[in-house]
Design a protein around this ligand. Structure first.
Ligand code: NAD
Length: 480
């Protein structure tokens, strides 16, 4: 059976402790690989490799770093089919999604930052009349940590690694233990691309073991993390006394605000996607659907109809639109939320139960689920579920829609559907989220700042924000 190993100093290697974690295929429920179970000693080894690689990598001209990262992007594209298949099997997502979104985006992440670093510049401040000029150096931190979740495995893993490497850091990176496969495969591509040994080290294992050793390492200067809010809080507590720089991309409970004056067909099509793409396991999925009362009844009918028509199936089946949930534990969590909703008076409009796939009876399939709720205070409107469950609620006017949307401890993204330009501007200014989409969803220009407010996170990724995060500004003041 396949072994998922660490990639340390350019070489695949097992953990020193020889323990393993079962890697489960969510579409069949079977163990299909074993993951080496990393620990603090492995982190020390990787840190030594990264520390030794840093002086040379940080002094490699940006054009050369850029060339290597572009080669890595080319290699990801050349291996797209294999990587997409590996992602679909490891995560349970439809192959069509992995091959059209996840893997192309992983290549785009490297390509984008390969180019961005050649355009990255710093400021100068001339103190006129004082014979003084100041300029800013932007220097890489040294060894940094990148930790990513299971929902968009290679996509989010590379979203962190690419800017860290482009800026001249060396990296200890940890994918989720639930979906380690494509990060594992990336190691080999790094060698083929000519990335020097030790520049990127990929560590496998549990968060509380290998992840913990990364965040608590006194000499790792910055941590870029994407995952749950509770884990983010723990990382913040651990890193604060060590004065590490932190970027935290956390959970969400994103509202969709649907007004009667929107382009109805476009809105309906996109809302089905923003609800159930990747089985609803995208931090940006709209999980609270708020609809203007005058079109509520029609929307409800049409939305249920289109949701029921989604084809649930094996991730490798080309007709599949909804694949398997990522794990048994996650499936049980989703199921528990349906019971919570029922107990709180919610009405299950469709779905609400496991989907039995006769060919894969042990797979983790769940029906796309719509629940009508009476109050935004119910648990399914306040807690992140991160699966194929959305709630539906009417609002009477713009003021109420805004109040409902902002009534959340999270603040990642919001989607507004309206053809009224004034309204879209008013709401864009007042929504308490890091991202507002108007008449669109998951429309990403990689130059834009990405991240959340409130308990959805701290700091921004994307574009120059990421390059700023992965560098330390230093002011140099010269008088003449
Ligand atoms: P998680 O927090 O359980 O795990 C994320 C990563 O952190 C994993 O690699 C895990 O091994 C590691 N980890 C766990 N404990 C750790 C510790 N003590 N120290 C260091 N690392 C540790 O999250 P998950 O279940 O993998 O992912 C789902 C969550 O991610 C959801 O809440 C979702 O909203 C969030 N997410 C956010 C974004 C965003 O951009 N804001 C994007 C995707 C997912």
């Amino acid at each position: 059976m396949k072994k998922v190993l660490h990639f340390i100093n350019g070489t695949y290697t097992a953990s020193l402790n020889e323990d393993e974690i079962a890697n489960i295929n969510p579409s069949s429920g079977d163990v299909y690989a074993h993951i080496t179970r990393g620990n603090a000693k492995d982190v020390d080894l990787a840190f030594t490799a990264a520390k030794e690689a840093f002086p040379k990598w940080s002094n490699t001209p940006v054009q050369e770093r850029s060339r290597i990262l572009n080669r890595l992007a080319d290699l990801i594209e050349a291996n797209l089919e294999d990587l997409a298949k590996a992602e679909a099997i490891d995560n349970g997502k439809p192959l069509s999604l992995a091959s059209q979104v996840d893997i192309p985006r992983a290549a785009a992440n490297f390509r984008f930052f390969a180019q961005a670093i050649t355009q990255f510049s710093t400021e100068a401040h001339e103190s006129q009349g004082l014979h003084t000029v100041n300029f800013t150096l932007r220097q890489p931190h040294g060894v940094v940590g990148c930790i990513s979740p299971w929902n968009l495995p290679l996509y989010l893993f590379t979203w962190k690694i690419a800017p860290a490497l482009a800026a001249g850091n060396t990296v200890l990176a940890k994918p989720s233990e639930v979906t380690p496969m494509t990060a594992y495969l990336l190691g080999e591509l790094c060698n083929q691309a000519g990335l020097p040994k030790g520049v990127l080290n990929i560590l496998q294992g549990y968060g509380h073991e290998v992840g913990q050793a990364i965040i608590a390492h006194p000499l790792i200067k910055a941590i870029s993390f994407t995952g749950g809010t509770t884990t983010g809080q723990h990382i913040a507590k651990t890193a604060a006394p060590l004065f590490k720089k932190l970027s935290l991309e956390l959970g969400g409970k994103n509202p969709n605000l649907i007004f009667a004056d929107c382009d109805y067909e476009q809105m309906l099509k996109t809302t089905v996607r923003s609800s159930f793409a990747n089985q609803g396991q995208i931090c940006l999925c709209g999980s609270r659907i708020l609809v203007e009362a005058s079109i509520y009844k029609k929307f409800k009918q049409d939305f249920i109809k289109q949701t029921k028509a989604l084809k649930i199936g094996h991730p490798l089946d080309k007709h599949t639109q909804v694949g398997a949930l990522v794990s048994k534990q996650h499936l049980e969590k989703i199921e528990a939320y349906v019971n919570i909703a029922k107990a709180e008076g919610g009405t299950i409009l469709c779905g609400g139960k496991r989907h039995q796939n006769p060919d894969y009876p042990k797979g983790f399939y769940f029906e796309p689920t719509i629940i009508e709720v009476q109050s935004n205070q119910c648990r399914i409107n306040q807690e992140e579920i991160f699966g194929p469950i959305v709630s539906l609620m009417p609002f009477k006017d713009e003021a109420e829609a805004l109040a409902l949307a902002n009534d959340s401890k999270y603040g990642l993204s919001a989607s507004v559907w309206t053809s009224n330009l004034d309204r879209s501007m008013r709401l864009s200014q007042q929504l308490q989220t890091g991202i507002v989409w108007v008449n669109t969803w998951l429309n990403r220009d990689l130059r834009t700042p990405f991240g959340g407010t409130k308990q959805s996170g701290l700091g921004r990724e994307g574009g120059l924000e990421a390059l700023r995060f992965f560098t330390e500004p230093k002011n140099v003041c010269i008088t003449y």
